[in-house]
Design a protein around this ligand. Structure first.
Ligand SMILES: [Fe+2]
Length: 533
């Protein structure tokens, strides 16, 4: 549920004044707002604020208010009553869009008030004023946070970082349960089951339960409350390696038990999208009455950090063609080669989003043109084999058409941010990814927060080629690390992009989990990528 606010004064809703039956002890904030608060999609004059009221604390008809203030005393707040009712229909989640109420380039404290109880206080930040050139911008980059595969100490570290925003590059949840009957997890306290009893999400209640489980983590709550976030989704917010199948006019989900039931998959996609829209604070077009996924939600959008960075946030899952070499595993979706990879009809973005990205990114006059893509943009090969046709390598003609448009426009300031591979890398982006070509820009991948990387997975199968071999086979790669969990920080100044990669020990459930700087790189047009350590 996303609602506009009434700017009526918060009369009668002040702390401790309303909603409490006489003689009853005040409710604890934790009892009313057990999942904390979050903010997302900052604009120059607003931000989307989020919370969830515990069903046990919910009273039908009781109003909820939100306020944001530059100082933590909340003496002169912006905000107001949230007009639309909320409740079981939104799984008790509340989103409020403060667009138009805040000043650009400022930090704000915010909180919700329900039944006289204030939520934990969150901090957020609006985007810089349009037409200005910020001296510096710092973005946290995270992705792939499978709950059962480790702890979120990296997020406790990120909560303490000085950042303008955090970009989440997808796999905020995984559709699997952590049910010990189906999975053997190494991490105590991370097992859970789904309401359906299935090993993976099969309905709306399952997806909602997944978000509630993930969001119960205190370090995730700290990071969500400390900075504004920008979210895009990858496959696991719905189903592994999903795509759109024009033959059935339904999503494809090659590893899902419903894979041969397009009607059920279409309904399941609507339900996954609904849960995402309930639990993720994003300013996207969402129509709860739609019965067709593409009409229900449109997620791709752009954010401008003044004139320093224009960030194009893409959806690489909802419109993409089936995998080019078939829907099997090894030899088809991974470690594959086939002529259909370069088929011109193979689309990653769908026609409309493709045109939007190509034209707007070409026209952008920002110092840096950012492309947020859940999946890897640059090629990743081993001999003739494409390692992952689920990335842009399976959709190479569309990638080539984008690169040609940008090369013709003389682009040298492209910054691609990606995830999905559970690896970290930096790559030269150029027209055909051959060494010696003019640089269009660079790609930086966020490491997975907890999900097992290829080294961890393939070593078990004695099938891990190693970082060095992959670097040799792919000369456009500045480095490849398939053996790291943690996060990255991207710093933009008018002169350079700096990428810092941090390893964090996911085995320690501690806010001070061991952390170390693994890489520090700089990209400058005309200079390429340089290692700073
Ligand atoms: Fe992932």
């Amino acid at each position: 549920m996303q609602v506009r606010l009434s700017r009526r004064k918060l009369l009668g809703l002040g702390l401790g004044l309303a909603g409490l039956p006489r003689g009853q002890a005040p409710l604890e904030p934790q009892a009313v707002f057990p999942l904390g608060v979050a903010s997302g999609d900052p604009s120059p004059d607003g931000v989307v604020l989020w919370t969830r009221v515990a069903p046990e604390a919910f009273q039908p008809g009781e109003p909820i208010a939100v306020e944001a203030c530059e100082s933590a005393d909340f003496l002169e707040p912006q905000g107001g009553l949230i007009e639309t009712g909320f409740g079981p229909e939104s799984d008790y989640t509340v989103r409020a869009d403060l667009d138009g109420q805040l000043e650009p380039g400022r930090g704000y404290f915010y909180r919700f008030i329900y039944r006289g109880v204030a939520s934990p206080i969150g901090r957020t930040r609006t985007l810089p004023p349009p037409g200005t050139m910020p001296e510096r911008l710092r973005l946290g980059l995270v992705t792939c946070q499978e709950f059962g595969s480790g702890y979120y100490g990296a997020l406790a570290h990120l909560a303490r970082e000085d950042l303008d925003a955090i970009l989440h590059l997808g796999d905020f949840i995984y559709e699997y349960s952590g049910d010990p009957r189906y999975r053997r997890e190494r991490f105590a306290g991370r097992a859970f089951s789904l309401p359906s009893g299935s090993y993976l999400a099969v309905n709306l209640a399952d997806y909602r339960a997944l978000y509630r489980t993930y969001r119960s983590d205190p370090f995730l709550q700290q990071a969500l409350a400390a900075h504004p976030w920008v979210f895009l989704w990858d496959d696991h917010e719905f189903a592994n390696d999903t795509y759109w199948d024009p033959a059935t006019d339904a999503p494809g989900a090659p590893d899902h038990p419903f894979k041969n039931q397009p009607e059920r998959l279409r309904k399941l996609r609507l339900e996954a999208n609904q849960a995402w829209s309930e639990y993720v604070p994003a300013r996207v077009v969402y129509d709860p009455t739609a019965s067709e996924p593409h009409r229900q939600i449109s997620q791709y959008r752009k954010l401008a950090f003044g004139d320093l960075l224009e960030l194009f946030v893409t959806d690489t899952r909802s419109y993409r063609s089936p995998h080019p070499c078939g829907e099997g595993g090894f030899g088809q979706r991974q470690f594959a080669t086939c002529s259909a990879q370069t088929r011109p009809t193979q689309t990653m973005l769908g026609a409309e989003q493709y045109r939007w990205l190509r034209e707007n990114l070409t026209r952008s006059s920002a110092k840096w043109r950012g492309l947020a893509s859940a999946v890897m943009f640059s090629p990743l090969r081993s001999g003739d084999l494409t390692l992952n046709t689920d990335g842009w390598d399976g959709y190479a003609a569309e990638r080539q058409a984008l690169l040609q448009a940008w090369a013709r426009a003389g682009v040298d300031n492209l910054v691609v941010l990606s995830g999905d591979l559970h690896s970290a890398l930096a790559a030269q982006v150029s027209l055909t990814f051959q060494p010696g070509e003019p640089w269009l820009g660079a790609e930086f991948m966020a490491p997975s927060l907890t999900s097992p990387g290829p080294a961890e997975t393939l070593r078990r199968l004695a099938f891990w080629p190693g970082n060095a071999l992959l670097e040799q086979a792919n000369p456009h790669l500045h480095f490849f690390d398939g053996d790291i969990n943690g996060y990255a920080i991207l710093e933009a100044t008018p002169e350079a992009i700096t990428y810092e990669l941090y390893w964090v020990d996911k085995t320690q459930n501690h806010p001070g989990a061991p952390k170390r700087l693994a890489r520090r790189l700089r990209y400058r047009p005309g200079k390429g990528l340089e290692a700073l350590r």
